[in-house]
Design a protein around this ligand. Structure first.
Ligand code: HEC
Length: 154
């Protein structure tokens, strides 16, 4: 009797784990990292919470147009201070930009590379709100930066 229920329990467990594996398989690693490390604040659809957490949805890509904006997306504490490796940060930022902000992306968008993240991430923003305010003002003013991936020669 005991043996029978144990068997049932084990079978249930195996099925549950298999279900999880299949689910995880259907998602990319960057998406899983987003869910685990970013979604708590930025929400599943990247919409954020007005006045508290900025929306990434239909928004993040705008930073790529202004000088310093590309670096800002890496230096912002939620990204730079996450537990993710530089390679994973590159993956999750590219995923955010392509999934939430594809319509805002510049036509000449160059995905982040691990080398670029490693170069920019160790340099924190002195004042996050001030940096964001300056970038938002430049975005509104329509300032356009020269595209660069910062990871190699210009
Ligand atoms: C604890 C809540 C929290 C978590 C977790 C978080 N963020 Fe953020 N994020 C914020 C806040 C708040 C801002 C606005 C800038 C600031 O004050 O830090 C922000 C800004 C950003 C921005 C710039 C967008 C803008 O409009 O300023 C990006 C890109 C970003 N986060 C990406 C991420 C990524 C990638 C992760 C996961 C690895 C993440 N965030 C995790 C709260 C969070």
């Amino acid at each position: 009797m005991f043996r029978h229920s144990l068997h049932k329990l084990l079978r249930g467990l195996v099925l549950a784990l298999w279900g999880l594996a299949v689910q995880a398989d259907g998602m990319s690693a960057p998406q899983i990292n987003y869910i685990l490390h970013c979604q708590g604040c930025h929400l599943a659809d990247g919409s954020g919470t007005a006045g508290k957490v900025p929306a990434l949805k239909n928004a993040a890509g705008r930073f790529l147009y202004v000088p310093g904006g590309r670096e800002y997306l890496v230096q912002v504490p939620g990204t730079a201070q996450s537990a993710l490796t530089d390679c994973e940060v590159a993956g999750v930022l590219n995923w955010i930009l392509l999934n939430f902000s594809e319509t805002e992306l510049p036509a000449d968008f160059i995905p982040y590379s691990t080398v670029e993240i490693s170069r920019v991430r160790p340099h924190p923003l002195a004042d996050v709100s001030a940096a964001r305010a300056r970038l938002m003002a430049e975005i509104s003013a329509g300032t356009r930066s020269i595209p660069t991936n910062l990871s190699g020669k210009h």
